[in-house]
Write a protein that binds this ligand. Structure first.
Ligand code: 1GP
Length: 253
């Protein structure tokens, strides 16, 4: 089944998913990925996302090869720019940064990437990317040269998501930015979730099982966990248990 179909089906059923985000920039040696990948396989992680707002290394291909050698879940590119297309992945979040007003990230990079994507097998996942303020400036806010939506401007985020859905985007990604001081708050997630029918991805600063549960409870269909696993990969088990437990309650209904 295609990734988008699967996310849409699960979202309709109320089932949740979890993705681990790997930033190639943090990987000096691909062997360092193996413990996390072992846990990801044991813990039934649904997707591995690969990318970062500033990828300065040229090892994306090696990182993806290592992932593919160790685990079987789909690898989804989470690119900071059109330069980060790697055809050996399974899919790409085709992100339009709709919370910002930087034309290059709304449509410019996409024009450059389109002919490349047309000629390879990556599943293209049209995604409205909404950056929410989370305290100190995140790399993604700085690099993208955009202003995140203030974390208490719920209607602004909801209208942005609605516009993205009306433009035909198939997923909405609410992101506080990698390593965010504050994760996206529950009221923000709930408000956005209620405003659209497409599956909702939530990430940025989810670094405890409780925060993961809060995001699921508020309406996230897919949570993305990155930063915290770089130092404490073992936390993945507890966090993914929250998703597993949630889905168990759906199964028995
Ligand atoms: C960042 O949503 C992702 O874009 C994941 O964030 O690295 O803070 O988990 P963390």
């Amino acid at each position: 089944m295609k990734i988008l179909d699967s996310l849409q089906t699960k979202s309709k059923q109320g089932k949740k998913s979890i993705a681990v985000l790997i930033d190639p920039d943090k990987i000096n040696n691909t062997a360092q990925l193996e413990p996390l990948l072992r846990l990801a396989a044991e813990d039934c992680v649904d997707y591995i996302f690969v990318g970062g707002s500033l990828v300065t290394t040229t090892n994306i291909g090696d990182v993806i090869r290592t992932i593919k050698e160790n685990v079987s879940m789909p690898v989804v590119l989470f690119p900071g720019s059109a330069l980060q297309i790697e055809p050996t992945a399974d899919a790409i979040l085709f992100l339009s940064l709709i919370s910002g007003r930087n034309p290059d990230l709304l449509i410019g990079q996409h024009v450059v990437a389109a002919p490349i994507l047309k000629n390879n097998k990556l599943e293209v996942l049209p995604t409205g990317y909404i950056l929410i303020n989370s305290g100190k400036t995140t790399s993604v806010a700085y690099i993208s040269n955009t202003t995140p939506i203030p974390e208490d401007k719920y209607a602004l985020a909801a209208c942005t998501a609605m516009a993205g859905e009306m433009l035909g985007l198939k997923l909405i990604y609410l992101d506080a930015g990698s390593g965010a001081e504050r994760e996206v708050n529950q009221k923000m997630i709930t408000t956005v979730k209620k405003s659209v029918d497409v599956p909702l991805i939530v990430g940025g600063g989810i670094n405890t099982p409780q925060k993961a549960f809060n995001a699921l409870q508020a309406g996230a269909d897919l949570i993305v966990i990155g930063n915290v696993l770089e130092k404490t990969p073992d936390l993945l088990t507890e966090i993914s248990d929250k998703v597993y437990d949630w889905n168990q309650t759906i199964n028995v209904k």
